[in-house]
Structures are given as C-alpha cells and as structure tokens.
Design a protein around this ligand. Structure first.
Ligand code: 5AD
Ligand code: SF4
Length: 444
C-alpha cells in the first residue's frame, strides 16, 4: 500500500448490538483526540471505520459490499482510508486483509484503543492488524465521552462463557470479564456531567457482572445498580442483555425496590422447546424460564418483557417450533427480536445434521413475527390512558414535535414546549405498532 494522506475527517459506521454503538462512540472520541473531526452529514469522510457484527451471515457479508461501495472506481488517492473494527475483524482479520486490499487497518473489539497508533502506520503505507484480547486494558486507555446526550451506554461486562452452540460471541468477544466497580461509578459520574439522565448498562451477559464495592464486599449487578441509583442527576437505569442462568434474587428484588430502575427486562429464551434448548446448550428449560419471568412480574407487575428468538435451529421440527409459538402466547412480550438461524463458521451447530431449508425458516419466522407484532401492538394499546414520564431525547420530524421514551422503552412523540433532556409528564393517547402519541401535561 502507498503512503496515504493523514485523514482530516472520519465517519464511524456501527452495525449490530448496542455494545458496538458504545465501542463506536469510544473510537470516535479517540479519533477526535487526534484532531480528526467527524465528517459533516452528506459529505465523504477521509477515514471510514466499519464497526462490524459477526452474529449472523448477512451482517458479516455487509462489510464487503460496503468496502466495494467506498472504493468503486476510485484510485487509492481518491478512496477513503478504511478501518475494519468489531467482531468480523476479530473473527476474519486475515481474510479481510487478503480479500480487501483497500483496507488499511483491522482492529478487534478488545484492541481498538490502539487505533491511533495503527493510523500513524497506515499513513506511512503500512497495513496493520490488531486482534489481541487484553480486555480491561482497553477501558483504561479510552478517552472520556464529550458528546452531550440525555441517554448513554456504559459497558460494564464483556464476553461470554456460555457457548450456546449457534453463537460466535464467545469466540469474538472472548471470556466473561467484569469492569471494576469504582471505574464504573467514575465513568457514570462523567456521563452524568455530560448530560446523561439515563444510563443503560451493557454486557453480553450483563447480569453476570460481579465486583467489589467500596467496602470490599462482593456485589452483583443489583449492587452496582443500587450504587448508581444514589448518584444525583441520574434518573433512569436500564441493563441489557441478560442470561436466565445468571439471574440473582437480588436483581429481581431490585425491580420492586429501586424507582430509578426502569420496568423493562430483555431476557432471551431463543426457543420454547426443551430438546432444542438442550441442543443449543442453553442450560435452562422453557418452564424454568417462565418461572423466572413470573418472579419478575411479582416484583414489578407492570414490567415490560422482551426476548430474542431463533427459528430453524438444526433439527427443529414443526412441533418443536410450535412450542416457541406457545411460549410467546404465554409470555405476551412487549417487544422482541427474532432471527432465522444462521450457521456461523467454527460453532458446533454449523456442522450439525438436519440444517433447515431456507423456505421453512422463512415461513416460521413470518408466523413467529406475526404473533410478536400482535403482542407489541397490544402492549402499546394497553398503555393508552396511562400517564407517564418521558425522557426527551430529540426533536421529531415536524416543527414543535418531540420524541422520547416511556419507562417501558416505548417511543413516544408529542407536541409542546420543552427541551432535550427534560423529563416530562404526558398522557398516552394513541398507540401504533412502534410508537405512541402523548399529550404533554400543562405545567411541565
Ligand atoms: N443465528 C441466528 N441468530 C443468532 N443469534 C445469535 N447467534 C445467532 C445465529 N447463529 C441471535 C440470538 C441472540 C441475538 C443477539 O442474536 O437470538 O440472542
Ligand atoms: Fe451467544 Fe449464548 Fe453467550 Fe448470548 S449467552 S452471547 S447467545 S453464547
């Protein structure tokens, strides 16, 4: 590769999960510290960071089409400098370097704090790959957030030791690690100073977080949430994604005790059939999952439930799929994410017999999503007539319109006088499948 012009502007494109959004923001801050500025909306950037997702095949293939689009018909001088980050970088770093000569840098999710050094090399024409996994070291060398926003993500835990047989995460994000308690409280304070009124704690298995509080006592996620709830200025706490097997009594109880902890739980089940769950290595049953949800509902009766589902796992029969439909009918999720099974290289399920035909998966996904959409709309419709607090996140499409979130993570739009970051009272007056209309109460 020839030496390249030092970039003046950048764009970070994040795909996939919220943890990638968090990582993308940190990378943007690292680049800003180097004096590189975000490219204005609608203009080409000198440096493009593709922060990729490897969870399903479609997501992974996206980067090659993106690279093609960025470089099509352009000489190296005219094309932007390209960095590939995220989980595809981790899993397929070497392959990207061979398949895409236009890529200057490949950097894994645990190594992106070294992006600035790699950039210096790229300017000299040296291509660089860094997919080390030093875990905590990354967080220590990241700059603090500068962008002001009423909502913020805070990564508290990374990695996964569960090894569900379909999933690449244990390979791309590595073993489970928890960031230290005091680092998290310090970062939360900074986020609040930068305007955050809501913090969402992130982790692949966020409820596996564990640490030592200021007194040196072992605390789980509930202990961390209790400490965060004491911080002035912070009004709302959320967390995602949880695993049924890491759920502690204390966290369930916290939902009934801590006002700042929002009434929302994302708890993936993946399938409603015990044979499939076993083949997935989920190590819980449909029944134990349902019992867990019941306990959350006892602690917090209005809790909104959300989940993830996979249809067409190898060997899944029609009757087994129908068990998934049954669990949906039983839980009545407020929101959910559902996917066709995608074989991921290196995972045990990818080489299992009885891979399911695409048409069968399409049909099952459609039937599952019809029920999930039915329940989401029903949940929103049941909210009409309620009065709730909305955290104002941004302006709406039309003048005078504002958008924010209800405690149950529903998007709510309304008209009236307010500002981004305000907590306002609204009456929910109309429901759609993806949002609700609110009426702002006088005196807000
Ligand atoms: N195929 C389809 N969906 C998957 N997920 C994880 N791995 C796969 C795969 N190989 C889904 C699971 C998980 C969510 C983040 O992505 O439902 O909870
Ligand atoms: Fe993947 Fe299972 Fe770990 Fe979730 S718990 S990240 S689905 S291996």
């Amino acid at each position: 590769m020839k030496p390249q012009k030092p970039p003046k502007t950048f764009r970070v494109k994040s795909f996939g999960c919220q943890m990638n959004v968090y990582d993308g923001e940190r990378m943007a801050e690292l680049l800003a510290e180097k004096g590189i500025t975000p490219a204005p909306e609608g203009e080409d950037a000198d440096l493009v960071v593709l922060n990729t997702c490897h969870i399903r095949e479609k997501a992974a293939e996206k980067i090659y089409s993106d690279i093609g689009r960025l470089t099509k018909g352009k000489t190296q001088e005219k094309a932007p400098m390209i960095a590939v980050a995220g989980c595809v970088a981790q899993a397929e770093g070497e392959e990207i370097m061979t398949r895409a000569p236009a890529v200057s840098m490949v950097v894994g999710p645990q190594a992106y704090h070294r992006l600035p050094d790699m950039l210096d090399k790229a300017v000299k024409g040296e291509r660089a790959t860094d997919t080390d996994m030093p875990a905590i070291a990354k967080f220590d060398s990241l700059p603090q957030r500068r962008k002001r926003s009423p909502t913020a993500f805070l990564t508290v835990q990374e990695g996964c030791d569960k090894f569900c047989t379909y999933c690449v995460v244990p390979y791309t994000r590595g073993a489970e690690i928890s960031r230290p308690f005091s680092d998290l409280i310090a970062e939360a304070r900074k986020l609040i100073e930068a305007g955050a009124r809501e913090i969402t704690l992130l982790g692949q298995n966020v409820n596996a977080w564990s640490g030592e509080d200021v007194k040196g006592q072992r605390v789980g996620l509930a202990g961390l949430i209790r400490a965060l709830a004491r911080l002035d200025g912070l009004e709302r706490i959320r967390y995602t994604t949880s695993h049924p097997n890491d759920m502690e009594d204390d966290l369930i109880a916290a939902h009934g005790e801590i006002d700042k902890l929002m009434p929302y739980l994302h708890l993936p089940v993946q399938s409603g059939n015990d044979r499939v769950l076993k083949a997935m290595n989920r190590s819980h049953t449909a029944e134990s999952y349902l019992r867990l949800l019941e306990r959350f509902r006892e602690a917090r009766p209005d809790i909104a439930l959300s989940g993830d589902f996979i249809v067409g796992f190898p060997g899944e029969t029609e009757a087994e799929f129908e068990d998934t439909l049954s669990i949906v009918d039983e839980v009545r999720y407020a929101q959910a994410f559902s996917f066709k099974y995608s074989p991921r290289p290196g995972t045990p399920a990818a080489t299992m017999e009885d891979q399911i035909a695409k048409e069968v998966m399409d049909d099952r996904l459609q039937r599952l999503q019809a029920r999930l959409n039915r329940d989401q709309l029903a949940f929103n419709a049941a909210s009409v007539g309620k009065r709730c607090t909305v955290l104002v996140e941004r302006k709406g499409k039309h003048p005078g319109q504002w958008l924010g979130k209800s405690p149950w993570l529903q998007s709510v739009w309304f008209e009236g006088e307010c500002q981004i970051g305000d907590m306002v009272e609204v009456d929910l007056i109309e429901a759609g499948p993806n949002s609700l209309q609110g009426a702002l109460l006088a005196g807000n």
